[in-house]
Each structure stands twice: as structure tokens, then as C-alpha cells.
Design a binder for this molecule. Structure first.
Ligand SMILES: [Zn+2]
Length: 260
């Protein structure tokens, strides 16, 4: 882990604007490398889908194009938010108000992408604490997720990448995977990257097996819709690095198949 420690020191030494530029370059290089050299094209299909999103914005950033394309064809897409989003930076107001703002932003973004409020679920777990759930809370969350999966019987499930470099994102992957095992249904599990391409040490620390079985989906036809949906998350746009947001406005989305 010496490389990791050195990179963490580098992060402390560099001005944050420089670090953001480096992270942007890193994310673009990694994204392009996978897009052009290590992924298969994915055609938009009519398989029903469920998207599990740790926070109110991950679903739109990572899968907004896929969601819009499926909805334009009339294919069902259900979105489940796992946390309440109260840990959002940049908002100087009460926790309850933050939760309310982020919920409203999610409803607006998803209405642009064509998802009705009846297909959106909020599990309201505490933001930032998904890896610290007691075993009882963990079992209860898995049961809640399993019940939703059993109810909707999706053909595809989308989750953050299992090594997405964010505690809630990695926990969401694990909780959903355990819920799929619990309901015993046959489903395709696809991972979407949010922080994976952005965190600088990853280019060095990623193992090839973490980024194999990659697909790229062209979202040109719905790119403008996705940009509008992202823009409706105004509280997050203020607090996240501008280049980080820019990174999700491109013509492709990348997904990684997960073994079940
Ligand atoms: Zn998130």
C-alpha cells in the first residue's frame, strides 16, 4: 500500500484545483481507454430495469442515458434511493430540509428522464452510514430491497461499481447482491461507475479483473435530456467539482457486468 500512501500525501500537498485537474485527466484517460479498447457496444434493449442509487444524483449521473432510452421505448425502469442524502455538502440548512431538497431534485430529474413518482422508492437510510449498519439493520435493509426486487421482477439491475471508492456506493453493491441471492431470481447485474474513474490512485491500484466485462452504451439520442436531468440537481452541482459533473455529460455510459 506504499503507492496509495504516497498518493494520499500528494493529495495533501497539491492545491485542490490542481488535484481536480489531475483527477479529471485521470478519469478521461481511464474512460477513453475502456471505451475504445476494453468494452463491447451495448444496444439499448427492452429489458425492464431497477436502478439502485446510494444518493440522489448517482442514478442520473451513472445511468441517466440508459434510463431515458428505456423510458422512451415504454420499458419499465424503477429507481430505488438507498440513503436519505442528508450528508450533502454545500447546503447550509437543517438536515430535514436537505433531505427534502434532495428528494424533490430526484423527482424532478427522474421526471425529465421519464420515470413516474410511483416507480421511485426512497429507503431513507442514513447517508454516509451504510457500511456501519448493525446486523439487524443490515438484514432489514436486505429484506426491503429483496421485497422490491420480488415485486418488480426486473430483468436487469443496476448498482454502483463494487469498488466505486465511496463507502455508501460499495455498501449498496453488497446489499443489493445479497438481496438478489435472498430472492433467488435470475437477473442481469450491471455496475455503473461514479467515483471509480475520478479517484486518482485507482489507475494504479485497479486490477484488470475490476474493469473487465465492460460495455459502452451510446446515449447521443438522449444526451440533452440527461444534461437537463443533471442540471436539476442544483444542490449537488454547487458542491461537486465542476469537472466531475462534466465527465458525465458525454455521449457514452459505461457499465460492467457482475458475476452472480
Ligand atoms: Zn453517491
Amino acid at each position: 500500500m506504499k503507492i496509495k500512501a504516497n498518493l494520499q500525501n500528494l493529495q495533501k500537498l497539491l492545491p485542490s484545483s490542481w488535484l481536480e485537474k489531475l483527477q479529471y485527466i485521470h478519469s478521461i484517460l481511464l474512460f477513453r481507454w475502456i471505451l475504445h479498447g476494453r468494452s463491447q457496444p451495448l444496444a439499448c434493449n427492452q429489458k425492464s430495469a431497477m436502478v439502485f442509487s446510494p444518493h440522489q444524483d448517482d442514478e442520473t449521473l451513472g445511468c441517466g442515458g440508459m434510463i431515458a432510452q428505456k423510458r422512451e421505448q415504454g420499458t419499465q425502469v424503477v429507481v430505488v434511493f438507498v440513503t436519505d442524502g442528508q450528508g450533502s455538502g454545500g447546503l447550509e440548512t437543517s438536515r430535514d430540509k436537505i433531505i427534502q431538497i434532495r428528494k424533490q431534485e430526484a423527482l424532478t430529474a427522474l421526471s425529465i428522464l421519464g420515470v413516474a413518482p410511483s416507480e421511485i422508492h426512497f429507503l431513507q437510510k442514513t447517508d454516509g452510514r451504510l457500511q456501519e449498519l448493525s446486523s439487524q439493520e443490515q438484514q432489514q435493509t436486505i429484506k426491503q430491497i429483496a421485497e422490491l426486487i420480488k415485486y418488480y421482477q426486473p430483468e436487469e439491475i443496476y448498482v454502483p461499481h463494487r469498488k466505486d471508492c465511496h463507502r455508501d456506493h460499495e455498501a449498496t453493491y453488497q446489499l443489493v447482491k445479497l438481496a438478489i441471492f435472498q430472492c433467488g431470481i435470475k437477473v442481469e447485474l450491471l455496475q455503473y461507475p461514479i467515483w471509480l474513474f475520478w479517484r486518482a490512485p485507482l489507475f494504479i491500484l485497479l486490477k484488470l479483473q475490476d474493469i473487465t466485462a465492460a460495455y459502452h452504451l451510446s446515449i447521443t439520442s438522449v444526451q440533452e435530456k440527461k444534461a437537463r436531468a443533471i442540471a436539476s440537481y442544483s444542490s449537488q452541482i454547487q458542491s461537486l467539482p465542476r469537472d466531475f459533473i462534466k465527465h458525465f455529460l458525454g455521449a457514452y455510459e459505461i457499465f460492467f457486468n457482475a458475476e452472480l
